[in-house]
Design a binder for this molecule. Sequence first.
Ligand code: URA
Length: 433
Amino acid sequence: MRAYDLIDKKKKGEYLDREEIDFLIHGFVNGDVADYQMAAWAMAVCFQGMSMEEIGDLTLSMAESGEMMDLSAIESCKVDKHSTGGVGDKTTLVIGPVVASLGVKVAKMSGRGLGHTGGTLDKLESIPGFRTALSDRAFIDIVNSVGICVAGQTKRLVPADQKLYALRDVTATVDSIPLIASSIMSKKLASGSDAILLDVKTGSGAFMKTREEAEELAGVMVEIGKRAGKRMAALVTDMDVPLGMTIGNALEVREAIDTLKGQGPEDFTGVCLELAANMLSLAGKGNAEQCMELAKEAITSGKALETFARMVKTQGGDETVISDPFVLPAARYTLEVKAPAAGYVEHMDAQGCGIAAMLLGAGREKKEDAVQPDAGIVLHKKTGDSVEIGDTLAVLHTSCEERLRAANDRLLACYRIGPVCPPVSSHIFSYIS
Ligand code: URA
């Protein structure tokens, strides 16, 4: 078999079988297939697409390129959740504890964010002492004793995706649904859970800008998981406006804790409850209404907050973060962003808000950059709110004073203020199973 012939086959729109896909993936990981050949094949996929059979084979081939987590030492159904990412997306911090407090095990392997704001690991690491680098044994023990553990993905998990994603990133081959779906699902399959809920975001702050694209991606990922024997569902949710009122690591942890206390913003709380109910339903806890009631009760009873505190403590963090806001790092400088006009917030560029938070230090421009845990934005006005000239639209937080001006200008450019009050839209667009 030659990589040349497989690239040529895909270029002509023909289908590769599992053996051919394995040849490419294994060869790429061990260096027999060169970067330029893999890049040419990825570009051919961008133009020609892949059949569902090929996407499933590619996903399994990548998943099996490294360690496959064996979670059999954890009793009962393990449910995982994946969000395709967005601005202010801190849902894992809330729904993980909600679901775990109801007896469903959550063994969550997360990545770090690139661009915009940090990922789940960055958020949790803003809690002093919190550790996300755990051995497999410690990870499994914590899931068994607390019900939830959130740990960093090791380099041993899906090496094919690490290498291929880095190549796609610099060869304009990221935006292909077969490649995105197989990349995400290979990591989910290798992480070993029995059921997977996908939160596919769409809108100005999401990877998938239109609902149609998001639904297509969700459908392909659900199908991949089902073919691999997993219980699967996906929600397509709104990311046209940042989720909740905070963007930035420690600020988002604070908001997640408030939400676990039943005092979170309405949009964020609503999305968390919907996701948690769907995870519970996948784990066989009841129908949609019953699971929604269970999720609400986990918050009102304080059980979910208690589980969050136990997770923080067991992973080395300071659990007094629950009651003492001063445990979290606070920025040295703040700046109020003022409304330049009166009217309604007609539209927000959510991605731009993420970039403003990154300029303050909350995210990474390059993979090796460190995040500032205290940096970020507290939004006071979002799409649909009325504003007067001089009202505070948002407050910027950073410990580098010189970052404030650029972030202020970037954030202001994200607000479109005009005479029209936009219609209220739902935060959950579709359900795919
Ligand atoms: N996230 C991933 O993990 N992979 C992609 O290809 C795109 C987003």
